[in-house]
Write a protein that binds this ligand. Structure first.
Ligand code: FAD
Length: 410
């Protein structure tokens, strides 16, 4: 039987698990990564991935420390400098501007596939990381001071700590019998790329509509005016955005069944034609929306991170940002113990990680949950209150700084 030993085994190399593997390897740990399928390669000439994320400043700082941000930024990422939030049923609005923060950008919109591609290349290049892919875990148990992973292909890994980063439907979480608090929003998020009549102005636009939200996230693809003599090589103002349109399930079915022209018309109206007409759209995909919070983030020689620990409503674009904060916090806890020559996978160390991250993620999840309930309601009196609330936050500088700080991961 093939048996491998290491300090830490990570199951799942999505954006969160791969980042953790890299961070731990850079800190001198011997790491094993078990991933069921390698990420699809990213190529500049391919169509922009339908899945994008808004990366907050804290996530970018982590990627910079791990020396992967330069490659991501150079490939294709759009800095968004402003964010405008408004309500379909009331006049208030909320604006964030990076210049108010003294920052170059509020964050970056990046394709999931690009992030995964750059991280995967870095994992492959790191001699402290043993990649097991494609591979799946069949069972796990404690053996003395180690936790073992029995792989479905017969392989076996023994590690001082196992971290599950295997996503919302984590098999490892189930194997450890860790329960979850679940809420099904009975909504789906429709994602697509759309071209708009007006430029997106490096702005993330978000409108609350009865029953859901709609976000336009700017994409970094200003195209050369190749067709206009004398203007070759000049970049056109970017007019392409990635949309996340969250609506009740039945409405999602209806919208997905529309032809492109009808979909573009309805989308334009839903966002109040803020960027003019929608002049074209890509293929569409839809994702069911739910909240899921693990009851425990730690067990003997075991920790949960990323979506395996918490799934939140995407209206604030924080899922992966929360997961990357788990990475920061878990690394801090493990390093502090190792530097003090203590067992880095002892219960006390893992409970410290759990204490720091579980409450933060739960507050975020329930805040987004409350926002989606309050803003999704079509009650007129509530709408008037919402509009008032947006205006209040917009005009009171410390309140506004609080909200933009939370969004940036501070
Ligand atoms: C519509 C939508 C929009 C979103 N927008 C944003 C945004 O703007 N900003 C943001 O921060 N977040 C956003 N999110 C959330 C974000 O996409 C997730 O939080 C993030 O992808 C979770 O990453 P992860 O690495 O924890 O899990 P996953 O991406 O699910 O990765 C899990 C990995 O584990 C592997 N795996 C699974 N099971 C096994 C197994 N048994 N054995 C081995 N490997 C396994 C999988 O192949 C995968 O590679 C959005 C989500 C949705 C649905």
């Amino acid at each position: 039987m093939n048996r491998a030993g290491c300090d830490i085994a990570i199951v799942g190399a999505g954006m969160v698990g791969a980042t953790l593997a890299l961070a731990l390897a850079r800190d001198g740990f011997e790491v094993a990564v078990v991933e069921s399928r390698a990420p699809a390669p990213w190529r500049a000439e391919d169509e922009v991935d339908l899945r994008v994320v808004a990366l907050a400043a804290s996530s970018i700082a982590l990627f910079e420390r791990l020396d992967v941000w330069r490659a991501i930024r150079a490939a294709r990422a759009c800095a968004y400098r402003r964010m405008r939030v408004w309500d379909a049923l009331a006049p208030g609005h909320l604006d964030f501007d990076s210049t108010d923060e003294g920052a170059h950008a509020l964050g970056y919109i990046v394709e999931n596939r690009l992030i995964q591609h750059v991280l995967w290349q870095a994992l492959q290049a790191d001699t402290r990381i043993a990649l097991h892919c494609p591979a799946k875990v069949a069972a796990t148990e404690i053996e003395g001071e180690r936790r073992t992973l029995q792989l479905a292909d017969g392989g076996r890994i023994a590690a001082r700590l196992v971290v599950a980063a295997d996503g919302a439907d984590s098999a490892l979480r189930d194997m450890l019998a860790i329960g979850t608090q679940d809420r099904d929003y009975a909504q789906r998020a429709i994602v697509a790329h759309v071209h708009t009549e007006r430029a997106h102005e490096d702005t993330a636009w978000q409108r609350f509509i009865p029953g859901g939200t709609i976000a336009f996230l700017p994409l970094a693809d200003g195209r050369p005016f190749a067709a206009i003599p004398g203007l070759q090589g000049t970049w056109a103002p970017a007019r392409r955005s990635s949309i996340v349109w969250s609506v009740p399930n039945a409405e999602a079915e209806r919208l997905l069944a529309l032809d492109d022209a009808a979909f573009c018309n309805e989308l334009g109206a839903a966002v109040d034609f803020r960027l003019g007409a929608i002049t074209g759209c890509s293929a569409r995909a839809a994702f069911p929306l739910r909240m899921k919070l693990a009851d425990d983030y730690a067990a003997p020689r075991f920790a949960l991170i990323g979506d395996a620990a918490h799934v939140v409503h995407p209206l604030a674009g924080q899922g992966v940002n929360l997961g990357l904060r788990d990475v920061d916090e878990l690394c801090d806890a493990l390093l502090e113990a190792r530097d003090a020559k203590r067992d880095f996978a002892a219960d006390a160390v893992l409970r410290r990680y759990e204490r720091r991250r579980r409450s933060d993620s739960a507050v975020a999840a329930y805040t987004f949950d409350a926002i989606q309930r309050i803003f999704g309601s079509d009650s007129r009196p509530l709408a008037a209150l919402r509009g008032f609330g947006l205006d209040v936050v917009n005009t009171i500088a410390p309140l506004k700084r609080f909200f933009s700080g939370r969004a940036a991961g501070r």
